[in-house]
Design a protein around this ligand. Structure first.
Ligand SMILES: NC(=O)c1ccc[n+]([C@@H]2O[C@H](COP(=O)([O-])OP(=O)(O)OC[C@H]3O[C@@H](n4cnc5c(N)ncnc54)[C@H](OP(=O)(O)O)[C@@H]3O)[C@@H](O)[C@H]2O)c1
Length: 331
């Protein structure tokens, strides 16, 4: 804990992710959860870097349109550059409808930026799991795997490498993940068990740990060369956004003071997302805090981390296959 805090303070005070400069000219990019916060700033940056088309994927179309107008006015891009599409990550049918539309209507998808996320302060179910896990993990990988063939096809057709970039968090390091102390095959059941709601304070951290483990597994199953789709996880640092704002902790004066003192502007945090979506093949399967590759630590580390990764992947596979047979077959 002390080491994490020291590293966190050092990073927030003394490190600033570099402004992205890689061109997105001619590219089509999808950013989930981009009507506000880091996703909105990532869209703005990608438009400024020349993208041909950016899809603002959000659950509230009106909010998405407001964001699109704001980006269009600030960048002076053509209004056709930005499109607002419906996507609710708490619903598997919405995720499937979105993937179907994106795969059939878009000529190419160069980057899928899986950024939508929640930090819940109350226990709620969405589909078959607690809603943080459904939104931040299960739907996220359902969408990633449904879209993987389109990104593979884009890479092949346009002789390029495409990207699936997940917005993770440094907080994965702090995950206690007591729900993993159950027999094999029971982890997601434990996460959906409301009687364990005392562990909700750990839930966001667990969701970000799971994201790192599963991305590492997907990279193993789909090495570059077989697909040319780079899959990675970025971590933007602590940024002022609406994330977790319904938590009463954020009302406390000392928390407000720390936020003012330490938090990055969303534009600065979003640089890490844009980096992930344009980074080189060396980032496949990697965790990228502040635009650099870093080894996974905590529960993701070493042999125990690999064992946990296998258990989580086996369970997630069953879940995703039950929703869409064949979706986890990667080549
Ligand atoms: N802010 C930080 O310090 C920080 C640090 C590390 C990682 N992150 C990660 O960064 C990502 C973006 O968060 P943010 O900080 O920009 O927070 P934010 O301002 O709250 O934005 C979150 C976005 O996700 C969307 N979203 C939430 N649930 C959704 C659902 N069911 N379907 C579709 N979209 C949904 C939100 O849409 P609505 O507007 O409709 O709610 C919003 O667009 C998250 O994955 C978060 O975990 C943030």
């Amino acid at each position: 804990m002390a080491a994490f805090l020291a590293a966190f303070i050092k990073r927030q005070f003394f490190t600033e992710p570099p402004k992205p400069t890689t061109s997105f000219a001619g590219k089509t990019v999808i950013v989930t959860g981009s009507n506000t916060g880091l996703g909105l700033e990532a869209c703005r940056s990608i438009v400024q870097l020349g993208a041909k088309q950016v899809i603002i994927a959000c659950r509230n179309i009106e909010k998405g349109k407001t964001a699109a107008t704001e980006i269009q006015q600030s960048t002076k891009c053509s209004p056709e550059t930005l499109q607002v599409w419906q996507l609710d990550m708490s619903s598997y049918s919405s995720v499937q409808a979105f993937a179907q539309r994106a795969s059939s209507e878009l000529e190419r998808v160069d980057a899928l930026m899986l950024n939508a996320g929640v930090m819940m302060s109350t226990f709620q179910l969405a589909e078959d799991n607690e809603s943080t896990i459904t939104t931040n993990v299960i739907s996220l990988f359902l969408l990633a795997l449904l879209m993987h063939p389109k990104l593979r096809e884009t890479a092949k057709t346009f002789s390029t490498q495409t990207h699936i970039t997940v917005t993770g968090s440094e907080l994965y390091e702090m995950a206690k993940f007591k729900e993993a102390n159950v027999p094999d095959g029971q982890i997601f059941n434990a996460l959906a068990d409301e009687t364990r709601k005392d562990s909700l304070s750990d839930r966001y951290n667990v969701s970000k740990l799971l994201v790192n483990l599963i991305v590492r597994q997907i990279a193993l199953l789909s090495p570059l060369g077989s697909s040319d789709v780079i899959v990675n996880v970025v971590a933007p640092g602590f940024c002022v956004t609406r994330l977790g704002n319904d938590n009463e902790l954020f009302e406390k004066a000392w928390v407000k003071f720390i936020v003012r003192l330490l938090a990055r502007k969303p534009e600065v945090g979003a640089r890490t997302l844009v980096y992930g979506a344009s980074a080189g093949p060396e980032t496949h399967g990697q965790y990228l805090p502040d635009c650099k590759i870093a080894p996974l630590v905590g529960l993701a580390k070493g042999e125990a981390g690999e064992k946990l990764q296998n258990r989580v992947w086996t369970e997630l596979r069953h879940k995703l296959e039950a929703t869409r047979p064949g979706v986890t077959t990667l080549s």
